[in-house]
Design a binder for this molecule. Sequence first.
Ligand code: AMP
Ligand code: ZN
Length: 115
Amino acid sequence: MTHDPNCIFCKIVAGQIPAKKVFEDEQLLAFHDIRPHAPVHFLIIPKLHLASLEEVQPEHEALLGRMLGLAPRLAREQGADNGFRTVVNTGIDGGQEVFHLHVHVMGGPRPWKIG
Ligand code: AMP
Ligand code: ZN
């Protein structure tokens, strides 16, 4: 499935619900988390609907690499200039709430609200 009409992040990709975008290209989208845990908190997602890391196949490895490779540049642009945390929650026990693959990027001066 490349697009899941019931998926909230696919709806953001399709422009059906709004998001505060920080980056977009043909493959990837990054936008601010609606409930930030840190002064800087955004998500990097593939436009392709992949439910989680569990669904990733060898042909997606370059896409995963791009997602992580983008993180430092976007973190700096968003003002996280002293380091950042990347998190990928996978599955129920991993604490995943939205089943469209995403990398959390969190940074900015501490203390943070959570973590
Ligand atoms: P998780 O699946 O637990 O890794 O986290 C999903 C994240 O998506 C949470 O941090 C939510 O705050 C965030 N989120 C859920 N809906 C939206 C939305 N419409 N726009 C931006 N962030 C969202
Ligand atoms: Zn999706």
